[in-house]
Design a binder for this molecule. Structure first.
Ligand code: KG4
Ligand code: ZN
Length: 336
């Protein structure tokens, strides 16, 4: 079992990605971003599927070439089965089925949310892996979850958003400020120069470990409208402070729920993943170790949507013989 080569394919949303793993080590990790969506202020599903069709073969070719692995050496093909956009998932699923038939190697279906969590088990020089059980906080443009992870295949969602994802909260706030999509990284950038206590936004009152971000978006919209009436240049004159205050509020919401999750489970290892974990404020807050937690933040290329994380789940499933027949189908929503 020491010579497992997995080709992993991810196409759940707007990035076409392929990776090659040798056991738990990443040999290549290629992503083709679809910039076409930026002009629409969000992902357009129909355009995403078309772009996946164009990108999938060149991206897989590049991943194999960079890894210096021949198709004939592959032990299995792992692909994202869901959750995601159906038209996008279909491209990766169909391609993976065909390739597994052509090469006569097993096919492995991967849950995208499991992959965000198990990305922490990619073997990287100097990266300390979490030990079971741990808590995973997955935050991106599409997801916001706190998961109790008991083992590679035993995990339960203990909290999730009831409306918008954290990334959407960043992007929609940015849009209100007139910033281009996706605005999350820009809020982060301006927040660095601003005062996080300049403006106060009330945090939503959601029971238990669940989240809600739609109220915050509305509060920001009214706040901006009101202040612009008094001063048309309000945004321009206060952009750094506004961004710092929005980011501060979002981080407080996340930290409050993490504190509660730690209290309820007694688990103090926290692993974060998803594109929003790139946020410098969140990283700073989690690495300060104020609460005695041990936090795990993977390399940036493994936190945003990527295929290496699909590959590491593929490797674990390969070791335990969890294969699919070619009757397997994509699932926009998938049981956790
Ligand atoms: O994981 P990801 O690349 O794609 C999915 O949504 O699955 O996450 C993208 C999200 C976007 O909402 C983007 O605005 C947000 O992550 N994001 C950030 C930062 N970098 C990316 N949000 C806040 N601060 C950042 N530095
Ligand atoms: Zn994702």
């Amino acid at each position: 079992n020491s010579e497992v080569f997995i080709l992993a394919i991810e196409s759940s949303c707007d990035d076409t990605a392929a990776a090659v793993l040798h056991n738990d080590k990443v040999l290549s990790n290629v992503v083709a971003n679809q910039l076409i969506h930026n002009q629409y202020g969000g992902v357009v599903p129909e355009l995403a599927s078309r772009a996946h069709q164009q990108n999938i073969v060149p991206v897989i070719d590049a991943a194999l070439r960079k890894a210096n692995v021949q198709k004939e050496q592959l032990s299995a093909i792992a692909f994202t089965q869901g959750p995601g956009l159906m038209g996008s998932l279909l491209v990766g699923t169909s391609f993976s089925k065909s390739l597994s038939l052509a090469l006569n190697v097993p096919l492995i279906a991967v849950n995208h949310m499991h992959a965000h969590i198990l990305a922490h088990f990619i073997d990287e020089e100097g990266y300390d892996k979490p030990e079971f059980p741990f808590l995973a906080l997955t935050i991106s443009g599409g997801h916001t979850q706190i998961v109790k992870v008991n083992s590679f295949f035993d995990m339960e969602i203990i909290g999730e958003t009831t409306d918008d994802a954290v990334g959407e909260a960043f992007d929609k706030s940015a849009k209100i400020l007139g910033l281009p999509y996706p605005g999350g990284p820009l809020i982060d950038k301006y927040a660095k120069e601003g005062n996080p206590k300049a403006f106060a936004f009330t945090k939503p009152k959601v029971p238990g470990l669940d989240f809600s971000f739609s109220g915050l978006k509305t509060a920001i919209l009214y706040f901006i409208q009101k202040n612009k009436q008094a001063n048309p240049n309000f945004i321009e004159e206060n952009l750094n402070d506004i961004c710092a205050s929005i980011q501060h509020t979002i981080i407080e919401i996340l930290i409050d729920k993490l504190k509660l999750a730690v209290k309820e489970t007694g688990i103090t290892q926290i692993a974060i993943g998803g594109g929003v974990s790139a946020n410098s404020g969140i990283r700073k807050r989690l690495t300060e170790n104020q609460y005695g937690w041990k936090t795990f933040i993977p390399k940036f290329e493994y936190t945003t949507d990527n295929a290496a994380m699909i590959g590491i789940v593929g490797y674990q499933k390969y070791l335990s013989n969890r294969f699919e027949t070619s009757a397997v189908v994509s699932k926009a929503r998938i049981q956790f």
